[in-house]
Design a protein around this ligand. Structure first.
Ligand code: SF4
Length: 366
């Protein structure tokens, strides 16, 4: 069986606006049939911009001396979690640069278990916890899972080995990223990955191959956003040609992914919302069913810039735009990906699941 889908490549390369709209309408039908009209929320807390890596595209890279480094303390993060709970955001995403020391892993594990404990009081189901802290060891991932995290996002950025290596220093290996994705699945996490669209040198063929990669890996969650150059990075100076329209191509990628993987959770990235003011509305219509309201304390937002000109929207604004798209925000819900429960052979919990149930789910993993 070929892993390369030529139709998707030609759809991505087409400049026919009619094709884009019919693709979005098809994705919308599939999404409504499988997932309904809810858009789940992940309150995003970017708790540290310290990073040991030097990815050529990212403003947080270790060589960038122009940003102020910060690491939030436990109390500051807990205050943000309480704020999320008060606002009906029942899932949070804890994101940071990559620091894989035992001390940092222990800090995150302590943080996760504390969040679970405080949010479980009074018999409430507690906050769902997604982590996005980069490449760790198997035992590190395991420790965080046992502490109560149940989703993990680790972007592959591109599934093309050569392109991956061209945007990372030689010591950051494509194979290592794949190993980490395997480990996360093996441990029992709901696993998410994602890519950037419009990288210098990236082709429509590679993007079509990315879709095959996601399906082959049987991922539960997907994040795809347009590449936005950050001026303090080497990749911003690249003169390599790429695809012509990263906004439209991202919408097509979302729609094609929704058609291919009807039950996964798919985020409408902040980058998509940044490059076009219609990005949220169109991203939701193209199949996106997750948004990440940013809860990072305002005084640190400028220091967490993977790319520049990141747009921040209030919850009220997000709700209004999602309403304009014909969808509704899912308050007081975890919003786990249905795909995870299907691949585990479990029934989907309509109300947030207790962590014990999530951990039990891992026993079904083969
Ligand atoms: S992409 Fe992630 S791992 Fe790479 S430099 Fe940025 S924060 Fe660090």
């Amino acid at each position: 069986m070929s892993i390369y889908d030529a139709d998707n490549e030609s759809i991505l390369a087409s400049s026919d606006p009619g094709l884009l709209m019919s693709l979005i309408l098809s994705a919308e039908r599939v999404r409504l049939a499988h997932l309904g009209d809810e858009v789940y929320m992940r309150g995003l807390i970017e708790f540290s911009n310290l990073c040991r890596c030097d990815c050529y595209y990212c403003g947080l890279r270790s060589s960038n001396r122009a940003i102020r480094r910060y690491h939030l303390g436990m109390a500051e993060i807990l205050a943000k979690c309480q704020e999320a709970e008060r606002r009906g955001i029942y899932s949070i995403a804890l994101q940071s640069g990559e620091i894989s020391t035992e001390k940092e892993v222990n800090f995150i594990a302590g943080l996760v278990s504390t969040i679970r404990e405080f949010s479980l009081r009074n018999g409430s189901p507690g906050l769902g916890i997604t982590l996005s802290c980069g490449e760790l060891s198997y035992s590190g991932y395991q420790k965080l899972f046992e502490a109560g995290a149940h989703r993990y996002l680790l972007r592959i950025e591109t599934s093309d080995r050569e392109l991956f290596q061209s945007i990372h220093p030689p010591e950051q290996l494509f194979e290592r990223r794949l190993e980490c994705l395997d480990m996360l699945k093996d441990i029992g996490y709901q696993v998410g990955t994602g890519i950037m669209i419009g990288l210098p040198g990236q082709s429509y063929r590679q993007l079509a191959m990315d879709l095959e990669f996601f399906a082959r890996r049987d991922i539960d969650m997907l994040g795809m956003g347009p590449y936005i150059p950050h001026p303090q990075t080497p990749l911003a100076r690249s003169s390599q040609p790429g695809i012509s329209d990263s906004y439209t191509t991202t919408l097509k990628m979302l729609a094609l992914a929704r058609l291919k993987m009807p039950e996964i959770n798919m985020v409408v990235s902040t980058a998509l919302q940044t490059i076009n003011k219609e990005g949220l509305i169109m991203g939701v219509r193209a199949g996106g069913n997750v948004i990440m309201p940013i809860l990072t304390p305002e005084e640190h937002r400028e220091d967490y810039t993977l790319y520049t000109d990141k747009h921040y929207k209030s919850l009220a604004q997000l709700e209004r735009e999602i309403g304009l798209a014909g969808y509704r925000l899912a308050f007081n819900k975890w919003g786990d990906p249905r795909h995870y429960y299907t691949r585990m052979g479990l029934s989907y919990p309509e109300t947030p699941a207790a962590p014990a149930e999530i951990r039990t789910a891992s026993q079904f993993h083969t």
